[in-house]
Design a protein around this ligand. Structure first.
Ligand SMILES: Nc1nc2c(ncn2[C@@H]2O[C@H](COP(=O)(O)OP(=O)(O)OP(=O)(O)O)[C@@H](O)[C@H]2O)c(=O)[nH]1
Ligand SMILES: [Mg+2]
Length: 284
C-alpha cells in the first residue's frame, strides 16, 4: 500500500536522523523472528546501511522505501492477516522552511508549507525540548514554548479546516529524550510533554490531545535517535514505535476495506482481523 508520511519539525529537531534511525533499528533488531521486518530500496534490494545526516536538509528531501512485514511461514493464517508491504514516502523538508523561519518567509509562507504536511495521510511531528529557550522579546526567531505552541496551533487549525479534514494518523515524537534526565525518562508521555512544553499560560499537552477527533488519531511517543559516542552507529530508543503505530492502523484499515475480494475466500475479514498480529510494543 502507498503510505505517505510527512515530517514536521524545526531546524535540527531530528527529522532526518529519525528516518535513518528507523531504518537502522529495523535492520538491526527486527529482521529475524516469526515476523521479519525489512527496508527495501526502490530497486527492491534490502537496505542495510543507514547513516545519520552530516548536515541540515536543504530544500526538502523525499525518502522512498518499501517497508515489508513478512511472516516466515508463507500461505499461513498469520501470513494472510499480517503480511504487508508499505511503499513509504517520507517527506523530510528542512525545518527552517517548514516553520517559516527563513528570512523572507512570513506567516503566509508558513501556512503554505503546512498545507503540504496537511495533505499527508500520516504526520510525524518533532517536539524537541533542547531547542526551547526562555522568552526573549529581542529575538523574534527564538524558539520559546509560546512559539512551539503557536506553530502546532496553526497546524491544528489547518488540519481541522474543511479543506484538509480527513482520516489521518499523527505520531508526535518528543525527540532527544536522551537529554531530558533520569527523573523524566521513564515518565509517561503526558508528564513528559507537560514538564517540557507546558507553562503557566501554555498547555501544549491539551492542544495535542485536541488534535484527536473522529478522523485524526494522535499518539505521543518519547524517542531518541542519538548517535553512539564511539561510532557513527545510531542507538535509537523507541523510534520504531512512532512508525509501527501508523502502520498498524493502516494495515487494520486495509483488512477492513478488502472485505469480499476474491483472494480472501479462505480467510474472511473477521478471521483476518482476529488473526492480525500486532506490532511489537515497548521500548527496545
Ligand atoms: N542528543 C540527541 N541528538 C540528536 C537526536 N536526534 C538528532 N540529534 C542531533 O540533532 C542534530 C540535528 O539532527 P537532524 O536530523 O539533522 O535534524 P533535522 O530536523 O533533520 O534538521 P533540518 O534538516 O535542518 O530541518 C544532529 O546533530 C543530530 O545528531 C537525539 O535523539 N538525541
Ligand atoms: Mg533534516
Amino acid at each position: 500500500m502507498a503510505t505517505d508520511i510527512a515530517l514536521w519539525g524545526p531546524t535540527a529537531s531530528g527529522k532526518t536522523t529519525f528516518i535513518q534511525a528507523f531504518g537502522s533499528v529495523i535492520t538491526s533488531r527486527y529482521s529475524l523472528g516469526p515476523i521479519a521486518y525489512k527496508i527495501l530500496g526502490s530497486d527492491l534490494k534490502q537496505l542495510t546501511e543507514f547513516e545519520p545526516p552530516t548536515e541540515p536538509t536543504h530544500a526538502g528531501h523525499l525518502t522512498q522505501w518499501y517497508f515489508v512485514r513478512e511472516p516466515n511461514v508463507k500461505d499461513s493464517p498469520l501470513s494472510a492477516s499480517s503480511a504487508h508491504c508499505h511503499e513509504i514516502k517520507l517527506y523530510d523538508d528542512d525545518g527552517a522552511h517548514t516553520t517559516g523561519m527563513l528570512g523572507d518567509a512570513g506567516p503566509d509562507k508558513f501556512r503554505q508549507t503546512l498545507e503540504h504536511v496537511a495533505g499527508a495521510k500520516c504526520i510525524i511531528i518533532m517536539l524537541d525540548p533542547t531547542l526551547i529557550v526562555d522568552e526573549n522579546p529581542e529575538d523574534p526567531n527564538a524558539i520559546t514554548k509560546r512559539k512551539y505552541f503557536s506553530w502546532i496551533q496553526t497546524l491544528a487549525v489547518i488540519l481541522k479546516s474543511p479543506e484538509y479534514s480527513k482520516e489521518r494518523y499523527i505520531s508526535v515524537c518528543v525527540s532527544k529524550i536522551d537529554t531530558i534526565g533520569e527523573n523524566l525518562i521513564n515518565a509517561n508521555s503526558k508528564t513528559i510533554v507537560r514538564s517540557l512544553f507546558n507553562s503557566n499560560e501554555i498547555d501544549m499537552y491539551s492542544l495535542l490531545e485536541s488534535l484527536n477527533d473522529g478522523l485524526t488519531k494522535v499518539k505521543i511517543i518519547p524517542i531518541s535517535s542519538k548517535q553512539g559516542s564511539a561510532s557513527k552507529l545510531l542507538t535509537p530508543i523507541n523510534v520504531e514505535q512512532a512508525m509501527f503505530w501508523l502502520f498498524e492502523f493502516l494495515e487494520r484499515k486495509s483488512i477492513e476495506d478488502k472485505e469480499g475480494k476474491p483472494f480472501l475466500i479462505h480467510f474472511l475479514k473477521a478471521d483476518r482481523l482476529k488473526l492480525y498480529k500486532k506490532y511489537p510494543r515497548g521500548k527496545k
